[in-house]
Write a protein that binds this ligand. Structure first.
Ligand SMILES: [Zn+2]
Length: 150
């Protein structure tokens, strides 16, 4: 599916360590579009859109930024904190925009389950429906994400 020269180039870029240590694909042998299709199917089966998921992630990250790195309740359901590093990341899809090297850590008060994401993860989900490949450091399992944040 969609094996155009551009998609081949994108696939190579996502697998390389040029933009992120270990790349964004992990050990996943599927094409980037197969990964996206599978993950978006899970999101829609759960009754959400990628935009709703990304909006909730933005909301949590923005609240956590105000907490200055401390674990605090961001609402009745979740604790969160952010870590910021210097510098920024670019998106491998060809378009402009840089993303802060910020990681948001989230914990469910009820179940103790945790999940983490970078600002780039939020962008990937919102714009590209991409949760990264299996085995990638910042791979997010859509089911787990939805279970924790909603
Ligand atoms: Zn992008």
């Amino acid at each position: 599916m969609k094996e155009s020269p551009q998609s081949k180039k994108l696939d190579e870029m996502l697998r390389s360590s040029k933009l992120a240590a270990g790349g964004f694909m992990g050990h996943d042998s599927r094409s980037v579009y197969e990964i996206i299709d599978n993950d978006l199917a899970i999101i829609s089966e759960s009754g959400y859109t990628k935009e709703q998921v990304a909006a909730r992630m933005h909301e949590i990250t923005n609240k956590a930024i105000e907490l200055l790195g401390n674990w605090e309740e961001i609402d009745e359901k979740l604790l969160a904190r952010v870590d910021e590093a210097k510098g920024s990341l670019v998106c491998p899809w060809p378009h402009s925009g840089r993303y802060a090297k910020r990681v948001t850590y989230v914990k469910s008060i009820e179940t103790d389950e945790t999940i983490q994401w970078s600002d780039l993860n939020i962008h990937f989900i919102e714009e590209h429906g991409f949760f990264e490949g299996k085995g990638a450091y910042f791979r997010i399992e859509p089911k787990e994400l939805i279970k924790i944040i909603f």
